[in-house]
Design a protein around this ligand. Sequence first.
Ligand code: SF4
Ligand code: ZN
Length: 361
Amino acid sequence: MKMKKNSPLKHYSSPEQSRGQPVLSSDRPLPRGAKCNRCRGQAEVHLPSHHANFCPDCFIHFVRTAVIRALKEVNFQPRPLMVAVSGGKDSLAVWDLLHQLGYQTKGLHINLGISGFSEASSQAVDDFASSRGLEWSEYCLEDVFGYSIPEVHRLLRGKTCSLCGRLKRAFFNRLTVREGFNTLVTGHNLDDEAGRLLGNLVGKRLEHVYKQYPYLPSPHPLIPAKLKPLYRLEIKELLAYCRLKNITPVQKICSYSRGATSHTFKQALDFLEDSMPGTKRSFLFSYLRDSQLKDRLACEQDGEGQRDRKTEYGLCQECGCPAYAHRCGICSLRQRLGDKEKSKQQRSELKRQHLCLEEQK
Ligand code: SF4
Ligand code: ZN
């Protein structure tokens, strides 16, 4: 989606700088005497989309209740949970909340090999886990896939974030099963989900809307169920939660993060939210709660032309993971990277030989 030259979005500031959104903002504290909606004490957190103010303790209660409600809405039955942890605020917050709520959890971190960023991310996970006595596993993408993200970028320029997302999704699934868990938790929040929904609707990808539901049961013994307990909470609320709970997410920004289209969709929704608090929430929930739409999309998934693809998995002949063809998407990508590397090597060898011949002349 391209922005017009004079688009209001162009001048739109980040949600935390914008009017009407001060959540635990030290430069814009709530006035003395502002009352917490729950206990009537001094409020410190303002939530415009809920028309509510909370004191710190009641705000934490509010966040916990949002997670309990999310789990109840999907009728989630307690079981051990593998939590995908990047070291960012969302993944650390969801891990903290599930642990606090008494769930048996283990963290799973994939080190992408991005200089500076990956070390800092791994350190953030370690600091968080060790201060709470939580167990976690770390795998290097290079070890499990054969290539790190900088190598993927060097060989296939231009689509680094989408390839990284695809690799993370695949290996979080595979490693969850390898570690003996059958449910993978991710820290997707309301802003992520609403932005993704808008992107899917703009791109008319209704079949992807089905995959947005906060709980997706396992479609195959080698693919875990997916759970998104934070889908009712906004980015600002999670930032405030991390600050109040002394959770320190990774501070470094990935060097490949520029220009993701998902940011544009999120910005568009922030713009609407700024003028009409609650829009983002009602936009997302109206789709998630539409049971007729859900049933229709589920039918389409199983409908003509989709059945073979979606429900009858085969196994990849190379790695043994569930696949729709004889080779899975990850092994195809590895092959593509290998071919690219070979042709690069051949080109540089030819260049070297050419230079030698030139020198001999
Ligand atoms: Fe991967 Fe892109 Fe995120 Fe970096 S910004 S970690 S490359 S998805
Ligand atoms: Zn494979």
